[in-house]
Design a protein around this ligand. Structure first.
Ligand SMILES: [Zn+2]
Length: 296
């Protein structure tokens, strides 16, 4: 399996919201904020090439910037470019060549790249030939209209998914997490109840990145989504204020991060503005430390 980290979108988030309980003097040391308390964020995604040649993406970022009004672009600190499309073009992959799209969860900054709805209500899909994988719990919650979830699942993000042909949407169940060769979609809950971490495993997991050689070999990669969005979220209580099941995020970290430290695993950070991924090590004082990163 070959994997290529890509930046799908760049935006700005409120630093306090991204670090929840962590006091500002501490998180501001991790990622320095701008004068409005915003911190730079990427939507980092992974292009995956299976050994049988099929191509796919883990998450899709925020999507086509033409979706957003000038006001929204300003609010999110976004520009009119679409880094995901630029990156795919540079690699020589047309969007039509993407065979599968796997979504950790259905928030706008992860599923926003699926497609768009025109002003006349017509839906178009960014990756028209792809089978889209989402967890059935996430789907149930995202489409429930539950007012408790407030603005978590904008209608414009969901519309292209809802209108996918039936054979282009695969809802994953807890009991059947093995979705593709070497790819498991394991529900972590935490950030959302249906949030999943994508586990990649292959005897020859090849990372395409200029620093891949110094990063060293890995057999496992965990695409952790928003239960560990940056290298500064490894500590148990360093979690976003957006988490709807916060104790599950902590449970996930306690279960999986020690394994990742032991088992030569790359942790992929979906929002880190400086690193796509890291290898980690247990640390008595800080719980975990990063030992080697893949810069972005
Ligand atoms: Zn996110």
């Amino acid at each position: 399996m070959k994997v290529t980290p890509l930046i799908a979108s760049r935006f700005t988030s409120d630093g306090g919201s991204m670090f929840g309980l962590v006091p500002k003097p501490i998180w501001a040391n991790c990622i320095p904020p701008n004068d409005r308390n915003g911190i730079p964020q990427n939507a980092n995604v992974l292009l995956v090439e299976l050994n049988d040649g099929r191509l796919g993406l883990l998450d899709t970022g925020c999507g086509d910037p033409t979706l957003f009004s000038d006001k929204e672009l300003g609010l999110h600190g976004m520009t009119r470019d679409w880094p995901l499309m630029d990156a795919l073009r540079q690699l020589g992959h047309a969007p039509e060549a993407i065979d599968f799209v796997i979504l950790t969860h259905l928030h706008w900054d992860h599923a926003g790249g699926i497609g768009l709805v025109s002003s006349d209500g017509d839906v178009s899909w960014t990756f028209p030939n792809a089978v889209h994988y989402a967890h059935e719990q996430e789907w149930t919650d995202a489409t429930s209209g539950d007012p408790l979830l407030y603005k978590s699942y904008p209608a414009d993000t969901l519309a292209p998914l809802k209108q996918l042909p039936a054979d282009h949407l695969h809802l994953v169940q807890d009991a059947q997490p093995n979705i593709l060769p070497g790819i498991r979609m394991l529900r972590s809950s935490g950030h959302t109840r249906g949030h999943c971490v994508i586990h990649l495993e292959d005897d020859a997991l090849h990372i395409r990145h200029p620093s891949a050689e110094t990063f060293g070999e890995v057999r496992h990669l965990m695409f952790t989504g928003d239960v560990c969005p940056t290298q500064h979220h490894l500590r148990m209580v360093f979690q976003t204020a957006y988490d709807t099941y916060p104790l599950d995020t902590r449970r996930w970290k306690r279960e999986w991060l020690p394994r990742a430290a032991r088992e030569n695993t790359a942790i992929f950070f979906d929002h880190d503005p400086t690193a796509f991924a890291a290898k980690i090590q247990a640390d008595e004082r800080k719980e975990f430390v990063v030992v080697n990163t893949l810069a972005n």
